[in-house]
Design a protein around this ligand. Sequence first.
Ligand code: NAD
Length: 311
Amino acid sequence: MRFLVTGGAGFIGAALVNRLLAEGHEVRVLDDLSAGDPSRLHADVSFARGDVNDIPKLWTLLQGVECVYHLAARVSVPESMLYPREYNAVNVGGTVAVLEAMRDAGVRRVVFTSSGAVYGEQRQQPLHEDMLPDPRSPYAVSKLAAEGYLRVMGARWDIETVSLRIFNAYGVGQPLPSAYPPVIPSFLRHALRGGSLIVNGDGTQTRDYVYIDDVVAALVAAATAPNVDQKVINVGSGAETSVNALVEAISAVLGKPIAPLYVPSGDAGVSRMCADLRRAAALLGYAPKVGLTEGLALMLERDPRFAFAAR
Ligand code: NAD
């Protein structure tokens, strides 16, 4: 098949692109490199630097494409609180632009990377797709709005749309920006340097950490699965892990005791997150394969940033 991956030079995008290439597909990437790194991509990728709101460029890249993976987005919850207009323009406007260009180029399907963040605070866990979303940040609002545009305009313009609500993805190659670093690579770096792991609040808040290879497997399945049009589907590990348990897991994998440093926090984020995976299993044949301990060990073994220090 021939694919366009927007945001394909990012963490999830590059892993997806390289997997698609390895499976013999033709892949084009559109990325403005605001957070991406094209050196992650195999040389056979056709790479275009550009903005996801550039409809003429999208249209050109979409000629002959059968399926779009739409990943291009601004991705930080705390940053979105500071720049809601920018998050709206890229994450919502960019999704509408992709749909318009797909309509004009006659592309059949788009797989969109939504987020578990759309659920916000819920009384019950695990989180399943029929729950009423309660987004708590401009980032989460933008993902939910994008899901809505996919559903409404997809039906109107005869485009198959599927939104994967990805939970907390982690793994080899995950970027570690100085502003708003993701928790797992940040904890690993501090732990390897012998520093304390700073925990906001009491460490009982939970997340569903899903390994990158499992996320990619779900994305790959979504391109060709039947019966996914207009669906939202959770992609997580199905395991609920507190920050305290994450610190313990890192300590066990490194084989040394690590003391968390608790700091009072005004906002430790949503209190609990765990994905219900029944729909993903039924529609995508999805079953996560990599547990947290194994995923952490893979990062230490294969990610050059950590492998060196861990030896
Ligand atoms: P990432 O920041 O590594 O990737 C996003 C990519 O989009 C980057 O390469 C960036 O340069 C590109 N981009 C940003 N703005 C753009 C624009 N205006 N035009 C073109 N390209 C642009 O993040 P990621 O973790 O790989 O996330 C990929 C997708 O998955 C995003 O849509 C994100 O919201 C979603 N998602 C990620 C997670 C996670 O845990 N990583 C969880 C849920 C959803």
